[in-house]
Every structure is written in C-alpha cells, then in structure tokens.
Design a protein around this ligand. Structure first.
Ligand code: SF4
Length: 86
C-alpha cells in the first residue's frame, strides 16, 4: 500500500495518496486473525480515511474476499452484502 498509482473504482478514480493506509504495513489490513490487534489498528485507520466510502464500494463491487476494505473485514462485508440484498 505504498504505491502512488491511482486505484480504479468502478464509477470513479480515487488517488491512492488520499488513502489513509498508504504508508501502513499490508499485515495490518490482511491479518489472518480477525480479532487481532492488527485488525483493530486497521479499522482505526479506516475510520479517519477520506476515501473510506469509495474503498468499501470498490470492495463490494469487485468483490474483494480478503482483508479490510473501507473499515470492514471480509466477514463483515459478507453480512453487509446479504443485508443489501434483502
Ligand atoms: S478505507 Fe481503509 S483500506 Fe480503504 S483506502 Fe482508506 S484506509 Fe485504506
């Protein structure tokens, strides 16, 4: 997450330099233990990220099945997708 290339969002492009995680370790966002302190750390970073909404939309639309995107874990995104279908 240290590249400066823009990430592509289905409906718009968001420069990665706006991503709050741009200088964070990948392990924080792709930890294998969902209850780990890494996950909580990543969620705190996402909470203050100005492209959080776009990031979550991208993760739901593509869909991303691993890691934390837009402040949600993979399991939380599954639950969100299910609730959106109802
Ligand atoms: S919402 Fe979280 S994972 Fe997405 S770009 Fe922002 S800090 Fe990174």
């Amino acid at each position: 997450m240290t590249t400066s290339a823009p990430i592509t969002i289905p409906s718009r492009r968001v420069p990665l330099e706006l991503a709050e995680c741009r200088d964070e370790s990948v392990e924080s966002f792709f930890a294998s233990n969902a209850s780990s302190s890494n996950v909580q750390h990543a969620k705190m970073i996402c909470a203050r990220c100005e492209v959080r909404e776009e990031c979550l939309a991208y993760a739901l639309e593509t869909p991303q099945i691993y890691g934390i995107w837009g402040g949600l874990t993979a399991d939380e995104r599954v639950l969100l997708r299910r609730s959106m279908r109802r």
